[in-house]
Design a protein around this ligand. Structure first.
Ligand SMILES: Cc1cc2nc3c(=O)[nH]c(=O)nc-3n(C[C@H](O)[C@H](O)[C@H](O)COP(=O)(O)OP(=O)(O)OC[C@H]3O[C@@H](n4cnc5c(N)ncnc54)[C@H](O)[C@@H]3O)c2cc1C
Length: 465
C-alpha cells in the first residue's frame, strides 16, 4: 500500500496521521514549523492551541460534547491527549496546552509507520500519491495560491464573515412576515423583521456604542467592501445599513400594506427550516453585546443563538462545491482536505474532520468504499455541513461549529424540551450501529498501537509501540 503524505501538524493533521498509522497505513507528516511559523502560532510543537485552552463542553447534552464522545469511541489520540492534559474547568474540557502538545509529540514519535518532517509545502505535491492537506485557517499564501489554482477561481475564501444563526422556534412569528424580496422564489425562505425609522436609528446607535472584539495583531482591519461588519457600516452613516443589508426594497408588510423603513431579513439556514441566519449581519461585536443588541429587534426578544457573528482571517474552501463526499477534491481525486480548511470551525471540529479524512484516505488506500458515520451522528452532521447536504443549494458556504442545527430534524413532533435528548439518543444508537457494521466488515482490524473501536475508550497514547 502506498504511503500517504499529510501536510500540517495541527489538530486535524495529528489526528489523521495517528489514526492512519495505527490502522497500518504508512504516513509522512509535513510541518513547516520551526522553519516558518504562522502569525498565530507561538511554539514549534504539534497540535498547538493558538488561542483558548478550552475544547468546550464535555457534556453530551451539547453537540460538541457528543462529538467528543464519538471521537473517544473511535480512539481519537487528540482527545486522549486532551484528557491526559486536562485541567479543572467545570463541564468544559480545558487543557494544559504544553502538556497537551507534549503528549501528541510523544505519541507521534513512538508510532511505527509515521515520520514527522520539518517541511513546508510551497505548492501541492505532484499528482498521484495520496495527500491530505490539513494546513488550517492560516495556510501559507504560497500553498493557498497553489490550491486555488488547482481547485478553480473563487474556490478559496480568506475571511470568515459569519452571520448569527437563531433557532426558528425562538423567533416570535407574530412580529415578523414571511416574504422573499420582490416575492421571488419560495416566500417561506425569508422571515422579515420590519423597523420604523425610530427603531432603526436606535439600532444603529446601539451598534456604534457596542463593545467590539479586539483584533489579533495579524488581522489588519482591511474589510472587503462587499462584506463589511454591520457596526462598520453603522459607523459610516445613519442610513448606510438602510441602503445595505437592511434595505426594504421589494418588501411589503402585509399587515400594513406598506414598505417598512428598514427590514432585517432572516434566511433559512437548513432545508428543514429549523434555523435562520441574520442576513448580512457579519460582525465583530463581542458575543454578549450581540445577544443584547440583536434581542432588541422585533421578534428576537427570546432568540436562541445557535451561532454568533464573527469576522476573522480564515482560509477555507468552498467545500460543498469542490469536495466529494469523501473529502477528496473532485478535480484531483488523490488530494484530500481535512480540518478547518474544509469549513469546520474550532479545535474539536477540526480534529473530528481530521479523523473523517483519515477514514476516507484509509478506505481509498485499501480500495474500499468510504462509509462515513450516519448524518444523524455528530461526526456525520459535521460532514453533512462540509459536503453541503445540510444547506439549501444557493447557500453561501460559511464555516460552522458543530451544533444541533446541523443535524437532520427528528421525524414527527417532539416537544421542545425533549428534543435535545431525542437527538442525542438517536445519534448514539446510529453511531453504535455504524460502528458494529465496521466491526462486522472487519474494517477496524487492530494492529499494534491501533485504536479500539468496540465501544471501549482506550488511551491510545499509552499503547505500546
Ligand atoms: C487566531 C486564531 C484563534 C483561534 N482561537 C480558537 C479558539 O479559541 N478555540 C477554537 O476552538 N478554535 C480557535 N481557532 C480556530 C483554530 O485554529 C482551529 O480550530 C484549529 O486549530 C484548526 O485546526 P487545523 O488542524 O485545521 O489547523 P491548525 O491547527 O492551524 O494546523 C495547521 C498546521 O499546518 C501548518 N502549515 C500551514 N501551512 C503550511 C504549509 N504550507 N506547509 C506545511 N505546514 C503548514 C501550520 O504551521 C500548522 O501547524 C482559532 C484560529 C485562529 C487563527
Amino acid at each position: 500500500m502506498e504511503a500517504v503524505t499529510v501536510i500540517g501538524a495541527g489538530l486535524a493533521g495529528c489526528e489523521a496521521v495517528l489514526q492512519l498509522a495505527r490502522r497500518g497505513v504508512a504516513v509522512e507528516l509535513w510541518e513547516m514549523r520551526p522553519a516558518r511559523r504562522s502569525p498565530a502560532h507561538r511554539t514549534d510543537e504539534p497540535c498547538e492551541l493558538v488561542c483558548s485552552n478550552s475544547l468546550r463542553s464535555d457534556s453530551p447534552e451539547n453537540a460538541v460534547g457528543l462529538l467528543k464522545e464519538e471521537l473517544r469511541r473511535l480512539g481519537s489520540p487528540v482527545l486522549a491527549a486532551a484528557d491526559a492534559a486536562r485541567v479543572p474547568a467545570g463541564d468544559a474540557l480545558a487543557v494544559d496546552r504544553s502538556r497537551f502538545s507534549a503528549e501528541i509529540r510523544a505519541a507521534i514519535e513512538r508510532q511505527p509507520g509515521l515520520r514527522l518532517v520539518c517541511r513546508e509545502a510551497e505548492m501541492l505535491p505532484e499528482a498521484g500519491a495520496l495527500t491530505l492537506v490539513a494546513t488550517g485557517p492560516l495556510t501559507t499564501d504560497e500553498l493557498a495560491g497553489s490550491i486555488a489554482a488547482a481547485a478553480g477561481r473563487g474556490s478559496l475564501h480568506f475571511y470568515d464573515a459569519i452571520a448569527p444563526v437563531v433557532t426558528a422556534e425562538s423567533v416570535d412569528m407574530s412580529a415578523v412576515f414571511r416574504q422573499s424580496r420582490w416575492s421571488k422564489g419560495d416566500g417561506a425562505d425569508y422571515l422579515n423583521l420590519p423597523l420604523d425609522r425610530e427603531r432603526y436609528l436606535a439600532f444603529v446607535h446601539a451598534l456604534r456604542a457596542a463593545e467590539r472584539a479586539p483584533l489579533h495583531a495579524f488581522e489588519e482591519p482591511r474589510w472587503f467592501e462587499g462584506c463589511l461588519p454591520i457596526e462598520v457600516m453603522a459607523d459610516r452613516g445613519d442610513d448606510v445599513l438602510a441602503f445595505g443589508p437592511l434595505k426594504p426594497v421589494g418588501l411589503i408588510d402585509p399587515r400594513t400594506g406598506r414598505r417598512p423603513y428598514a427590514v432585517v431579513q432572516l434566511r433559512r439556514e437548513d432545508r428543514a427550516g429549523t434555523a435562520y441566519n441574520l442576513v448580512g449581519f457579519q460582525t465583530r461585536l463581542t458575543w454578549p453585546e450581540q445577544r443584547r443588541i440583536f434581542r432588541t429587534l422585533p421578534g428576537l426578544a427570546g432568540a436562541e443563538f445557535l451561532r454568533l457573528g464573527q469576522v476573522h482571517r480564515n482560509t477555507f474552501l468552498d467545500a460543498p462545491r469542490l469536495l466529494a463526499p469523501d473529502l477528496s477534491l473532485r478535480r484531483l481525486p488523490w488530494l484530500f482536505f481535512g480540518g478547518q480548511i474544509t469549513g469546520v470551525e474550532g479545535y474539536v471540529e477540526s480534529c473530528a474532520c481530521g479523523l473523517l479524512a483519515a477514514l476516507a484516505v484509509e478506505a481509498r488506500a485499501r480500495g474500499r468504499a468510504f462509509r462515513p458515520p450516519p448524518e444523524t451522528t455528530a461526526l456525520g452532521a459535521l460532514l453533512r455541513h462540509v459536503t453541503g447536504e445540510a444547506h439549501p443549494e444557493d447557500y453561501p458556504y460559511q464555516p460552522s461549529n458543530v451544533t444541533f442545527g446541523l443535524f437532520p430534524p427528528l421525524p414527527g413532533r417532539v416537544p421542545k424540551g425533549a428534543r435535545r435528548a431525542a437527538l442525542v439518543a438517536r445519534a448514539r444508537a446510529d453511531f453504535a450501529a455504524w460502528q458494529q457494521g465496521r466491526l462486522a466488515r472487519g474494517v477496524s482490524a487492530a494492529g499494534p498501537g491501533s485504536v479500539g473501536e468496540a465501544g471501549s475508550i482506550p488511551s491510545p497514547l499509552s499503547m505500546p509501540p
